[in-house]
Design a protein around this ligand. Structure first.
Ligand code: G16
Ligand code: MG
Length: 214
């Protein structure tokens, strides 16, 4: 049967997760709200407005709708500054090998990133053409940990969840993959990504340890 691999972007294909962290920490600091690595883990894979709501809530802060929009804009501006100049050297180890394996074995390749900046990041990395389908984060109402974005890709491929492997670095993302009923490969720390079916420290090994046995 046809199979598909559905990738997350930030933290799986390239380390933009770190740039999101820097931009959020800068925004939180400007509001005098503490922001640490643990907050960062909770926000990985979580959409822009939901992340902002989490930070404001942590600081017990309420703001007007106008200020909310301006804070979100500020974070995105900082993030976009950090990702200008992103290039193929920013691909994480093993990613190009994973794409090559998938292509040579006839799998479909999808992207399920919560980021509205995903198309620019793919273009900078020069991997846009590796994807058969890229989900439009702006068109999906329920963000991760909801399964919607992964189900959107499966639907675009005409596949059932059991034919799909999801690859994620975020706790919210692994939850989304498992709620979608898919096989979840985590990239990172097994002690953090406890819901994943398998966890690898980096994308290296995806072909041998995940795809070939699926
Ligand atoms: C990413 C990041 C999140 C970020 C979200 C929205 O998701 O992990 O930290 O808040 O996208 O990004 P933007 O503000 O660019 O729309 P993913 O799913 O690629 O890990
Ligand atoms: Mg991610």
């Amino acid at each position: 049967a046809q199979k598909a691999c559905i990738f997350d972007l930030d933290g799986v294909i390239t380390d933009t997760a770190h740039y999101h962290f820097l931009a959020w920490r800068r925004l939180a600091q400007s509001l005098n709200i503490p922001f640490d690595e643990e907050d960062n883990h909770r926000l990985k894979g979580v959409g822009r407005m939901e992340s902002l709501a989490y930070i404001l809530d942590k600081g017990a802060r309420t703001v007007s709708d106008d200020e909310l929009a301006s804070l979100a804009h500020q974070k995105n501006k900082d993030y976009q500054d950090l990702i200008t100049g992103i290039s193929p050297t920013d691909l994480l180890p093993g990613i190009l090998d994973a794409f090559a394996w998938l292509k040579s074995h006839g799998w479909l390749v999808g992207l399920a990133s919560a980021s509205r900046n995903a198309p620019q990041v793919l273009a900078g990395l020069k991997i846009t053409e590796q994807f058969d389908y890229v989900a439009d984060a702006g068109a999906i109402p329920n963000g991760k940990p909801a399964p919607d974005i992964f189900l959107d890709v499966a639907k675009a491929f005409g596949l059932s969840a059991s034919q799909c492997v999801g690859v994620e670095d975020a706790v919210a993302g692994i939850t989304a993959i498992k709620s979608a009923g898919m096989y979840a490969a985590g990239i990172g720390d097994a002690a953090v990504l406890t819901e994943a079916d398998i966890v690898l420290p980096t994308p290296e090994g995806l072909p041998e340890q995940v795809f070939s046995i699926f």
